[in-house]
Design a protein around this ligand. Structure first.
Ligand code: FES
Length: 146
């Protein structure tokens, strides 16, 4: 399988790995295709993502996509972060092999879940509004990690 130099770089030295103790929002998702898990921590001030960390039990492509996504959303508003698509991330990595595209969804979905968690903590939106705004996927019970 051919990986771009960027994928190899982010896989071998991933940025922003870890955990934020006083995170404003935390999102955890499982990949229904392979069962891998991703957890994303966001520190948000005035709707701007000032810090982001992630942890994953995932493959190299999942690590690389998460690593570059954290760089892409840091300093952005939550609205901008919600617009980040896995296709943008794949493009920023100069592509992924087709069988690995599903891995890039983990980062996008974990960001959406973390922003949803932030909105829930703020308590200004209904659950229905949050699900719509963050485009949350229904939980896949078979692979759910909770
Ligand atoms: Fe599971 Fe890539 S094989 S995230």
């Amino acid at each position: 399988m051919d990986y771009s130099e960027k994928v190899i770089d982010h896989y071998t030295s991933p940025r922003n790995v870890g955990k934020i103790e006083d995170a404003s929002g935390v999102g955890e998702v499982g990949n229904p295709v392979c069962g891998d898990i991703m957890k994303m921590y966001l520190k948000i001030e005035n709707d701007v993502i000032v810090d982001v960390k992630f942890k994953t039990f995932g493959c190299g492509a999942a690590i690389a996509t998460s690593s570059i996504s954290t760089e892409m959303i840091k300093g952005k508003t939550v609205e901008e972060a919600l617009k980040l698509k896995n296709s943008d991330v794949v493009e920023a990595l100069d592509g992924l092999p087709p069988v690995k595209i599903h891995c890039s969804l983990l980062a996008e979905e974990a960001i959406h879940e973390a922003v949803a968690d932030y909105f829930r903590k703020q308590g200004t939106m209904t659950e229905e509004e949050i699900v719509k705004k963050c485009n949350l996927k229904p939980h896949d019970c078979e692979h759910c990690c909770h």
